[in-house]
Write a protein of this length. Structure first.
Length: 201
């Protein structure tokens, strides 16, 4: 799709005609994001970015900022892993992608647990829990970590309960994370996640 200029020309014409105001893309990989923002009227890029998916911070975020392109961080809680509420014994419904797509059986593996091996993810989460500042939940730490990157326009966590929405939204006003916490998150990523995930997306 990103190598078909006619798609973006069509969208540009819809903007000129007043049928849409802006358009953006949702991508799987950093490479897709970098290609997409070569088109001058792409207004936003939506990409998986969280404590288990660091690669966008290496180049894509800065390139988007330089081009005034919004960045929407999706799957911010790694399909629930980064809430700290999932355990090795958690059972998922039959129709839940966390049950049937752990290895990319039905669609891109990166969409489920951000592509992280479930058991490695649980090990990483156990160490991340030790970093949670007073007054935070692990989910709030995960969301605040994303928001510590100034290039991020917003993040879109899912929620099934009103209380989860309130918990997620409250992360906006929570204190910034220390450089020590940010470094330790990077250490945990490097220890458990990077080798399997970093080069893929």
């Amino acid at each position: 799709m990103y190598y078909k200029p006619e798609v973006f020309e069509t969208l540009d014409s819809l903007v000129k005609e007043g049928k849409i105001r802006y358009y953006g893309v949702s991508v799987e990989t950093v490479e897709e994001g970098l290609k997409a923002i070569e088109y001058p009227n792409v207004a936003s890029v939506q990409i998986i970015f969280n404590m288990f998916r660091h690669r966008p911070a290496e180049k894509l975020l800065a390139e988007c900022k330089a081009r005034n392109v919004a960045v929407i961080a999706r799957v911010p809680l790694a399909s629930g892993l980064l809430t700290g509420k999932i355990t090795a014994d958690t059972e998922f419904p039959e129709d839940d992608h966390r049950n049937f797509n752990r290895y990319g059986e039905k669609f891109d593996r990166g969409e489920t647990f951000s592509g992280v091996d479930f058991h490695k993810g649980l090990k990483a989460v156990s160490e991340l829990k030790e970093l949670v500042p007073s007054g935070f939940s692990l989910a709030q730490l995960a969301l605040k970590w994303i928001l510590m990157h100034p290039e991020i326009s917003c993040t879109i966590p899912g929620a099934k309960k009103t209380s989860q929405v309130q918990e997620n939204v409250s992360s906006i006003n929570m204190p910034g994370l220390s450089s020590e916490v940010m470094e330790k998150v990077a250490d945990i990523y490097n220890k458990y996640i990077k080798e399997d995930v970093h080069h893929r997306w």
